[in-house]
Design a protein around this ligand. Sequence first.
Ligand SMILES: [Zn+2]
Length: 370
Amino acid sequence: MIVLTNVRKMRERDYLYCMKLLFLICLAVQSFSADSLDERVEQLHDTIISIDTHNDFAMSLAFPGRRSTVAKGQVSFELMKEGRLDAAFYAAYQGQGPCTEAGHEKAKFLADSMLRALHRYALENHELGEIAYCPEDIRKLKKKGKAVMLLSIENAYCLGEDLSLVEHYYNMGVRMIGLTHNGNNNVADSAMDSLERHGGLSPFGFRVIQEMNRLGMVVDVSHASRKACLQAVEASRAPIMASHSCVYNLKEIPRNLTDQEILAIAAKGGVVQISIGRYFLSFLPKEQVDLSHLVEHINYVVNLAGVDHVGIGSDFDGGGGIVGVENMGKMKAITRVLLEEGYTADDIAKIWGGNVMRVMDAVRANARSF
Ligand SMILES: [Zn+2]
């Protein structure tokens, strides 16, 4: 009451002056809290290791003339630096073709060419980044301030029916293999194929997983059928990963994971890497899909399986990208929104790469036990 009376007593000029002052104070407080949140994001990225587990950069790198329907240019060492993304799995992808000798030869040619192109890229840009072959390499390169390239294969089609090729790809630096793409191959059934060929994994597929376990490669079940996913979890002696998948209960498409799959992957110590793509996240039009949808999927896995079993796999240059996270240079926006969501620094460290490092460490330790 006293305040009100005083205000009334003020001359109009004084009142306006007070209001202006109040407005400026509000503005200052607002920008201070925004600045401090940005600072927290930067500080967090100084200490954590951030890993994105899937991109399709290699295709346009190895075959620049090839036509593609998806946006490109979302991936580079420079963008990783800009977005404070420490490490990323660069996939050598082949679309599914016929399971014939000629088909397999072509798939191997594609995979080999893309892996060679990635090695070349890392060599030509060595002042910015390097290839890592084990978790220790990632930690060392982070300390040196270098972007970390990890190599993976999307679609074991390129193995044909030759088990020795698993080691061939290990020797080329590959540390993760996705069992399928959008069609069945000789290893496993795909989530997107209308027909079931093996009822999950083929007998050859089981041997491939054994061989990957022996060598120390992460089994990636993104794109695999539900049965293939559950059988791979069961068959693998080490934790596995879904490198770029989302939650079926939030978007009911075959490529997303059911609760049963998420819980099985988690029970084995594995991790579900939420994709930054509209295709996986929401039925809304592209321009309306943003960070809120990404966080919704992350929260879902956290609530279902725990914060130890979720991470991020962008699918950049292969269809990924949402409003607010259009390329690797925008990755800090995810950290910021996770802080706003109430995740602790420890949680964010796990989500951004700690969980993937744990899986990679376990896969390596398991390989040593053979
Ligand atoms: Zn994919």
